[in-house]
Design a protein around this ligand. Sequence first.
Ligand code: NOJ
Length: 747
Amino acid sequence: MSRLSRRAVLAGGAALAARPAFGVALPPVTTSSRIEALLGRMTVTEKAGQLTLMASAIGGRAATALNPPGTGPSAEAQLSAAREGQLTGIFNGEGSAWHRRLQQAAVQSRLGIPLIFAADVIHGFRTIFPVPLGEAASFDPDLARRTARAAAVEASAAGIDWTFAPMVDIARDARWGRAVEGSGEDVLLGRLFAATRVAGFQGRDLAAPDALAACAKHFAAYGAAEAGLDYNSVDVSERTLRQVYFPPFEAAFGAGAPTVMAAFNELSGIPATANHWLLTDVLRGEWNFRGLVVSDYTADEELIAHGYARDGRDAARLAFLAGVDMCMQSGLYRDHLPALVEAGAVPMARLDKAVRRVLVLKAAVGLLDDPFRRLAPGREKRFVGLPAHRALAREAAQRSIVLLKNEGGLLPLRPGQRIALIGPFAAGPHDLIGPWNVYGDDREAIDLATGLGAGVTVAPGSGVETVLPGGIPAAVAAARAADVAVLAIGESQVMSGEAQSRTEITVPAPQLELVRAVAATGKPMVIVLSTGRALALDDTVLAARAIVVGWFLGSESGNAMADVLRGRVAPSGRLPVSFPIESGQVPYHYDHKPTGRPASNGAPVAYKARYRTVPNAARFAFGHGLTYGDITYGPIILDPVLAWDGKIEVSAVITNRGHRAATEVAQLYVRPHSASVTQPVRRLIAFQRLDVPAGGTATAAFTIRRQDLAFVGVDKRAVTEPGAYDIWVAPSAEAGAPATLLLGAPA
Ligand code: NOJ
């Protein structure tokens, strides 16, 4: 097709449709007039107070450890700030009793505006579900809705109104520690999990006592930090922002998220927290977002370190005028907005807009009607740690486990087999719930030794990053006396999460020593990996006959892993991130571009895009994961011509020749043969979880319409172009052979 005719299609192609308003529904007229009446009575100082969010003076156990330590106010100082209308709310506070005290203080303030209680409820409150990256491995977005719902029920019972979740940053660089908090490298997974998590947190009615308002974070492209270094600069094209990093935010807003957190990073020269184009032109102008923008922790003040603001006053002005409504933790708005308004540097109308957004949020979560909405005594005891939540934690953990290899059907373990359980993650109340928990406690979680139960000999063998004196001989002796060695190795939970970037995404050396020593016994080895990111597994690990990825599975870690290892439950998870061959390949993501000199994965050919030592491919591809069945895909069946306004069915028959039922995740990928903007080698456009009975078949069937083939075009708008496309129905991003589909031109 010629450039000319393609441009003609572009001109007629899909411009972004006019959008419905995103964010909170407008309050009813009565609430609106209450809000306007309040605004009319507020002093400028009180208005600045409504924009000032602070870390709780009491509690959150880990909360303070999870952010840079500050001097922090005393409880008394925080109570008086509430009484004086100098505080809009707190975050990561401990327990409803403390929240109640604060709320009582706030309702005694001159205007009696209630506080809002926020917290980082990322993947559970007291009952902890798998880390979000692990949960994404379920390829079951509805599971995330259910776990977010349970988290909301527990957190709201402790008085929390607002969660700083979901984290919807696409993470294509496994060095970046915060990959653990999101849904991985793929845009479709990112969008689907963003939307279901929002729906789960918020429930049917944001004002319900068991609802949490969601906050999509971190806007935007925080995951694109250069060299995977947390907080580092981001320089990505506007097209990539729109194609890759924005869609999960749009999905979160589409699902009703009323708030968004601006990111720490700079974005192509302008820090996100002071980025007017991002926070106002795109977010409000284009997307019609009507909710609230909150800064990240002291991110406005950090504009000074970025070299963007001169001082605190300048930082407050820049962040506020760019579009950050509420300031977290720095206190800069409280300290400088009144004077900035007075000096005419910040218009009163802008101040009123921000305060109005805060009040609308407070109204939406029911606080204006009842400041004690989520603070009824007794609720905390009743709803926190419910047995049904524990059961859900086990189910979610089971579904998050990914079986990478299983030579000779070593798994599931056979009844009566003597097991040596070896490694730093074999036993003990540590490294179970993951790095980002304010209210969870490893001591309330089940470790693998407990999950596996009787008949297991435990030998730690090694520290996580250090040698354990005498560890290896004891582990070798245990392996010798057993039929099978299960090695629980990998990363500890402090090795991923915020500020935990790694240069080598490998299993630490002392643990590899341990694996080598156990391998030398000749006993069959199962490796169970704890990790918060994709890992590059070296030959020592790959020599094991079976490898299972366990991420950090939460409260029911050991039980769920034992369910899979013992075969009570079949593994069904799939990798939401590519596991590269070597660390030096990162950022490696399956949806990379082909380059002008793509290399085939056969024998190396000179002057092609490959490394000296390894091809441009994953060791374990995005989407990969085995079952206890024996799965094969039949050829793709499709009607090869898709009319411009039509739809077609694409299917493949999946056969299970094994003796156990399996859950297969069939994935639909696409790539145009040519396009006006280069496209990835594959892009996931749909997937399906299918039950395939032992010795039986199931059909994966998808419908494709032209919109499914859309991408962000030359003019940075969504377009679809007629022409030929490769289509895969495959078990992973690097498996299967494509069929060709022809998209016809518009009539
Ligand atoms: C900093 C993190 O970037 C953000 O995700 C979190 O919500 C805040 N700290 C508050 O704890």
